[in-house]
Design a protein around this ligand. Structure first.
Ligand SMILES: [Zn+2]
Length: 386
């Protein structure tokens, strides 16, 4: 008898455990048990226990002030613009209209990859406006032409400088993927000195995008706060064998900044330290020849608004406004709101576009003098315009 009771209890608990594995049944049992004790009501639709992260778009119940800015505090220099996304595309014909609509006085086009004097000339003919600066890439193709590649790259760049080129854009392939004879070329490779000499001689500004946020170098798993984004764009993950680490690439870059004090650099995307402002401060303190832009980093700055405000005010002469793309009113309004208001808990991306991580941002409401420098005068000084 005792044995039969025990066997029965065992069978029941086994069945209970098996049923408990089904979320719908688990939910129903929980609600019924609680309702027996008068602690819950039954009925209503079942609630999914899990949904895909990409589908999780909660509507906040928090009611906050919504400041809609139709224009920035003053007309701006877009220091991190892109006229096109592929090397074969043409600049949009209405670019000047778009600039006017978004109060962009001057636009720095950082779209060019490997550039030659000929490709630069062609682009300037297509889009000759004095309000647009086309920064060029190094002519990496020269690397396949033998050991004097750096002299050839330098001479190409010198021709571009003589044609009026004002700056260089370096992409993240430099440091992570660019190879010479099968070996990665480091950012501080001394063989490139002839090219840096041209940058120094002609006062070419060097806008350098090195690496990406450090979270892109970590495993893409449940601990990765950019999981959703990296799942969508797996090619952005640098957590792969054979690639240098985030810190390796940063150290190469910073050695270059130290070694070439005669060149002015803009470390794009806040020098990749928007997530760690003490490191960003150290970067600026150690390298007086370095500036940073805010493009694509208001998501990081805006989730630490007090520290970010302090940083932006303290380093107000070294920060540039940039938004990474064509003048897009919906996107730019968010940058203006971040810089100019103290609005709370808002999205850092326009409605209907992809997010980076599941968080919101807060405005830093910078003082007018600081806004003037970030929006316009810091970049104007570097570009030698009024
Ligand atoms: Zn960019």
């Amino acid at each position: 008898m005792k044995r039969r009771i025990l066997l029965g209890l065992f069978g029941l608990s086994y069945l209970g455990l098996a049923l408990w594995a089904f979320p719908d049944i688990r939910q129903t049992i929980r609600l019924h048990v609680l309702s027996w004790f008068g602690a819950a009501s039954t009925g209503g639709p079942t609630i999914a226990e899990d949904i895909f992260l990409s589908q999780f778009r909660p509507d906040p119940m928090l009611k906050t002030r919504q400041t809609i800015l139709s224009h920035p505090f003053i007309p701006t220099v877009e220091f991190h613009g892109h006229l096109f996304t592929s090397p074969t595309s043409d600049p949009p014909e209405d670019i000047l209209t778009r600039m006017d609509q978004t109060h962009t006085s001057v636009f720095v086009n950082l779209s060019l990859f490997t550039s030659t004097p000929h490709s630069y000339q062609k682009l300037v003919e297509k889009q000759p406006s004095k309000r647009i600066f086309h920064f060029v890439g190094f002519n990496w193709k020269r690397m396949s032409e033998g050991p004097d590649f750096a002299q050839k790259m330098a001479s190409d760049l010198e021709q571009i400088a003589k044609m009026g080129g004002r700056g260089v854009k370096l992409w993240k392939n430099f440091g992570l993927m660019q190879k010479y004879e099968g070996k990665l070329v480091t950012l501080d490779d001394p063989r490139l000195d002839p090219v840096w000499d041209v940058c120094a001689k002609y006062h070419l500004l060097v806008a350098v995008h090195t690496a990406d946020p450090p979270v892109f170098f970590l495993p893409v798993d449940e601990h990765n706060e950019r999981f959703e984004e990296l799942g969508r764009r797996p090619e952005w993950s640098f957590h792969k064998p054979g690639l240098p680490s985030f810190d390796d690439v940063m150290q190469q870059r910073d050695r270059l900044f130290t070694r070439r004090k005669d060149v002015t650099f803009v470390a794009l995307h806040f020098g990749e330290f928007a997530h760690d402002l003490s490191r960003a401060q150290d970067l600026l303190d150690r390298h007086p020849n370095v500036y940073v832009d805010i493009a694509q980093r208001i998501d990081e700055l805006g989730r630490q608004p007090r520290a970010a405000r302090e940083f932006l005010i303290k380093n107000q002469n070294r920060i540039l406004y940039g938004t990474d793309g064509l003048p897009d009113p919906e996107k730019l309004k968010i940058y203006w709101r971040f810089l100019e208001t103290d609005d709370e808990y808002f999205d850092y991306f326009p409605a209907g576009t992809n997010r980076k991580g599941v968080w919101k941002i807060y405005g830093v409401k910078l003082p007018p003098d600081v806004l003037r420098k970030i929006y316009y005068s810091n970049a104007a000084r570097l570009l030698r315009i009024q």
